[in-house]
Design a protein around this ligand. Sequence first.
Ligand code: ACO
Length: 427
Amino acid sequence: MKKNSMTMIDNRTGKSYEYSILEATRGPSVVDVRSFFKDTGMFTYDPGFTSTAACDSEMTFIDGGKGELRYYGIEIEELATNHSYLDVCFLLSTGRFPTQEESINYDLEIRHRSFIHSGLKNLIESFPNSAHPMAILASAVSALSSFYFEHLELKSEEDYMEMKRRIIAKMPTLAAFSYRHSLGIPLICPDIERSFTENFLYMMRAYPGGKMHIGVDGEEKISSVEIEALDTIFTLHADHEQNASTTTVRGVASTGAHPYVAISAGISALWGRAHGGANESVIAQLEMIGDVKNVPAFIKRAKDPEDDFRLMGFGHRVYKNFDPRARVLKKLQDKLSDALELDSELIMIAREIEKIALSDPYFIERNLYPNIDFYSGTILYALGIPKSMFTVIFVIGRTVGWINQWVEFKKDESSKIARPRQRYLGK
Ligand code: ACO
């Protein structure tokens, strides 16, 4: 019997089976059950993959018990506080931080790649104005695959980098176009003079023709406070291990489909309110609650097993402690309190929910803490960003994670087509 192994006994027959335990560099080891079906004629059963590791990865590490998140070993708080989103994109794309020169060049290349083909513009403009920006964005990203068909045949490291830079650079443009079209206002092209995050705010807010609103102080109305807050939000969303949308991206990658089609599938998976759609639902729920005095009644509903009402922005499959991203955003929210006028009624309701839930035995016993969406929703709201764009902003941040997970899948020789089995209960 091997030392690093686990023995399973089928108590019906007395037969025993031995499976290797593979060590991880951080976090739980895994039991290698790849030969389980061949050995036993049975499947392992794990709906929702609560105990299943589906791949090896070097990018992102989460310790849900401690509330820890790292990209390439570096803690999220350090990344969000001391590094720009684009430097984090470089880190997730290469495994290291850029030198100063690389950082400047990467920024320039991203700016130059931010423009999109006019055919895509026409496609976006053909959607009804009533379409949700997420629906337009998922379609536009899928259509992007037809403009860069060569990305199906990636050969060199530079091919991979080019494919990544393109999608990272174009996502804010497609996102802003999707938003402006849903409002029925003319689309604004990227401004090469502006940084990644500023450019996105510019494309969302500029008047037709590209002029920005000038305040009484003679300054343009995109403040450095807003740019910094949004850049932090992008970094906090950049990657999150094998969540539902990333698993979708890897699943599509496993069939050999185009990388941008896989990202489009990830966008669709993210949209659901149990996942990235929660940030939009947080604000919708705060609006529904309407007044601080109504909070206790809604907390009561959230605890009632007969009622399917859930507190949006609370709970997480992996974090059974404070979501470390939420911790960063809570600090940011406090820091920006004055600058962003966070004392609106909705923010007051959010603070009351947080106060009551964090001291209520129902939430304490189930380890239900506020997650990233609880705070990102309220900060984006304070930034004056409409709630239909909240999940779109999540997409912009997560694009780098999805595309690098796609690459990791492609380069891993043990990767296989994703094809789970089932327990059949029909006739
Ligand atoms: N409000 C009230 N009760 C909750 C909540 C909530 N937000 N979340 C979980 N619970 C309760 C469940 O009713 C269950 O109670 P029970 O043991 O008495 O039956 C218990 O906590 C465990 O919940 P599960 O649904 O089994 O946990 P799971 O890990 O499957 O779900 C999820 C995690 C989907 C995030 C869930 O907590 C939820 O729906 N939260 C609200 C939506 C949300 O904020 N999603 C964003 C997640 S973060 C992200 O994707 C970026």
